[in-house]
Write a protein that binds this ligand. Structure first.
Ligand code: GLC
Length: 747
């Protein structure tokens, strides 16, 4: 390779400048800055790339292997060979990845290796509970470990980039994608975002067992009007900053390598064309140094949004807003050269986008070894290991939430001789994986029925009846189900949604049980045997009718590969449930949105004055949800007493005594909420500001103490400045947002 002397001189300048920068700034974990040598390599590469090759690096192509969007045909092999693709998605296995990487490295002129992306959302081959289920465990270490295993399995099959974590805050369960997130609370959402990024990326990717994370969908996709997917987001700046933006910022602060733009507009500007969002906020204010990728063809969709006359104009808007990579739209591929000639984009912005993507590839070590994620031995030994299955089974149990348990119906008493397992989800493996299950093989999942047979099969007769279908009007199976219930000592009703009724493009206007499942439940429960409903769903459901008649309800979400075993561990009492919901369950769809951190309004409804007319209420439904944020029962009982709050310097300490007054050891998620009683703007009645998950032995008491700072009480003001205000505060401690004891303090 022959270099022009002037070129070598400029390299030397870059080297010295970079050396000075590196010396000046300590390298933090996940530091995106390259070493001086790597910087020179990237700059040298950029200086040698043609415009075509640069635009190629900004292009992400999907395979038809597993289409996760409106697939647009692209001859990806030809494009890869000619250096017109920087990354591909939905390809995996060592052989396939090696084959495509060879096309790029050996086939193209400069041999720049590809990124291989995939939606590893809650596991790769070992599928864990859906994120809304994992959130219900409130176990940050477990969530991080699940992501760590997901990254290990994905990287063992050639994947080096995942489109996770999804951190969209959502208060509307009609929106099917609530399944992919952490629920309605911003503060908890931030902690889970950080844990997910840590698990996926590790300290850095040099070990080849961690992968690039991609926080999505930036931004506020969960605030889609009426819960209808892809719909308009119209939101006040204060609410955007206070409720929706923080989890993305948390992921950026955790060093996330990439950000995905959301399909939606925010107040008239689609995220993919939003210079304020992608450059002013993300890069200048938050200091994000990774790269920005669009969601699937969201550049092209700006024509439908009505902000671009054609895809060429949309491509210009996107690059100038700060989008580095175009997912599956080929908008950059087809239009950037022309836009550059017309001076509608600059060479500098193209080069900067290329630089960011090459930097990510350097950090993955792909220029040292493009095949470092193509290790056959790892593929054969690190996937679906027993350790991963054992951990998955534990996480299933920890994600379960006991919503109702009248007369201690659960756990099933050890002496039962026969159990009827009834319902359209009892024998389903596929639905156990939920949605976005990546390379998970549903044939390897454990159904609820199999879980029961594994746990009880030797000494107990297990009777199975489907009873009805998931979502049609047939009642032909109900008689046989009732007969089975009459024959059994205990009855399990496996009800809920299919795995595909939540996730993307899966909004519902009625979130009650689909089909004839309630009719089935009514008939079976009338048989009068001890009966527990096991609920499978990807969103909170409006199950007021079921709640009235079911003696016990265990929320299990979609537990993944080990669903049947983990759920049965709870049903049998081997594991005492400890989960707490992180998204409120409405009484009916008409009550939506219903969430815990509500404002008081000027005419608050008071249960002490139930007949008061002119207050903020409905004529036909209480204001409170069926099950509130932070709620979940145990097989034991926890009582709270002796709350105290004190201020010392910049610290506020709130403590209380928690007693396990029941008959068995159990874990309790002790929650701390704060109310700012008087502010310069209205403030929520409660805001989660702390939690501790504690094992408390039966009969024992523990003193739980939280210490927060004045800064923890700060909030965004109309001028978007964030600060706390002095005054009176209430502190609440309890096992749910609706069941607390309180104390006050003053700042
Ligand atoms: C989809 C989803 C996004 C996903 C991407 C790639 O449309 O919105 O969450 O990561 O396309 O599959």
């Amino acid at each position: 390779m022959h270099f022009h002397p002037g070129f070598l001189k400029s390299c030397l300048h870059i080297f010295i400048l970079n050396l000075l920068i590196q010396v000046a700034i300590a390298q933090e974990p996940n530091d995106i800055r390259l070493s001086p040598a790597d910087s020179i390599m990237v700059e040298t590469l950029i200086s040698r790339m043609t415009l075509d090759e640069k635009i190629g690096q900004l292009t992400l192509l999907a395979s038809a292997w597993n289409s996760t969007g409106p697939a647009m045909n692209a001859d990806y092999e030809q494009l890869i060979k000619t250096g017109k693709a920087g990354a591909v998605l939905n390809f995996y296995t060592v052989d396939k990845v090696r084959e495509l990487q060879k096309l790029a490295v050996n086939g193209s002129r400069l041999g720049i290796p590809l990124l291989f992306g995939n939606d590893v959302i809650h596991g790769h081959r070992t599928i864990f509970p859906i994120p809304l289920g994992q959130a219900a465990s409130w176990d940050l270490a477990a969530i991080e470990n699940a992501q760590q295993i997901a990254a290990m399995e994905a990287s063992a099959e050639g994947i080096n980039w995942t489109y996770a974590p999804m951190v969209d805050i959502a208060r509307d369960p009609r929106w099917g994608r609530v399944a992919e997130g952490a629920g309605e609370d911003t503060w908890l959402g931030c902690l889970i975002a950080k844990a997910s990024v840590r698990g996926l990326q590790g300290e850095n990717y040099k070990d080849g067992k961690h992968i690039l994370a991609c926080v999505k969908h930036f931004a506020a996709y969960g605030a889609a009007t009426a819960g209808r997917d892809y719909n308009v987001v119209d939101i006040s700046p204060v609410s955007l900053y206070e409720n929706y933006l923080p989890p993305y910022k948390a992921a950026v602060d955790a060093g996330v390598a990439s950000v995905m733009t959301s399909f939606n507009e925010i107040n008239g500007v689609p995220s993919t064309a939003n210079h304020w969002l992608l450059t002013d906020l993300l890069r200048k204010e938050w200091g994000f140094r990774g790269f920005v990728v669009t969601d699937w063809t969201s550049i092209n969709e700006m024509v439908a949004h009505g902000v671009a006359a054609d895809v060429k104009a949309a491509a210009g808007l996107a690059l100038n807003a700060g989008v580095d990579m175009d997912m599956q739209g080929s908008a950059y591929l087809n239009h950037l050269e022309e836009l550059l000639k017309e001076n509608k984009v600059t060479q500098a912005s193209i080069d900067e986008a290329v630089r960011r993507i090459l930097t990510a590839k350097v950090r993955l070590g792909l220029f040292i070894d493009p095949y470092r994620f193509c290790n056959k031995q790892r593929e054969q030994t690190e996937i679906m290991t027993k350790a991963s299955q054992d951990f998955a089974r534990k996480l299933v149990a920890e994600s379960c939430v006991l919503l109702k348990n009248s007369n201690s119906t659960l756990p099933v008493s050890p002496g039962v001789k026969s159990i009827a397992v009834i319902g359209p989800l009892a024998d389903s493996r596929k639905d156990m994986l939920g949605n976005w299950y990546s390379a998970g093989k549903w044939e390897q999942a454990v159904s609820l029925l199999e879980g029961f047979r594994n746990r009880y099969g030797k000494q107990t007769r297990i009777i199975f009846e489907k009873g009805c279908n998931l979502n049609d009007s047939s009642v032909s199976g109900i008689d046989a189900a009732v007969k089975a219930a009459r024959e059994a000592d205990f009855v399990i009703l496996a009800l809920g949604e299919s795995g595909e009724m939540s996730g993307e493009a899966a909004s519902r206007t009625n979130i009650d049980l689909p089909g004839m499942q309630y009719t089935l439940a009514e008939a079976v429960i009338k048989a009068g045997k001890p009966t527990a409903v096991v609920l499978f769903n990807g969103r909170p459901l409006a199950i007021s009718r079921l709640n009235r008649i079911a003696p016990a309800i265990l929320e299990t979400w979609f537990g993944g590969t080990q669903a049947g075993n983990g759920i049965t561990d709870v049903i049998s009492g081997d594991v005492n449930p400890s989960g707490k919901i992180t998204m409120s369950f409405p009484r009916n769809t008409g009550q939506i949105p219903v969430y815990y951190n509500v404002k008081n309004t000027g005419r608050p409804y008071s249960p002490d004055r139930p007949d008061e007319k002119y207050v903020s209420r409905y004529l036909d439904c209480p204001n409170t949800p069926l099950y509130p944020f932070g709620f979940g029962l145990s097989y034991t009982k926890f009582t709270y007493s002796g709350i105290q709050a004190g201020v010392k310097g910049n610290s506020i300490t709130i403590s209380a005594k928690v007693t396990n007054s029941g008959g068995r050891d159990g874990e309790e998620i002790v929650q701390l909420y704060i109310q700012d009683k008087v502010g310069s703007i209205t403030r929520p009645l409660k805001e989660l500001k702390g939690f501790k998950k504690l094992m408390i032995k039966k009969g024992e008491s523990v003193n739980v103490s939280f210490t927060i700072s004045r800064e923890d009480l700060s909030f965004y003001h109309p001028d978007l400045m964030k600060y706390w205000e002095p005054g009176e505060f209430n502190a609440f401690i309890g096992g749910s947002s609706a069941d607390v004891i309180s104390a006050s303090f003053k700042l």
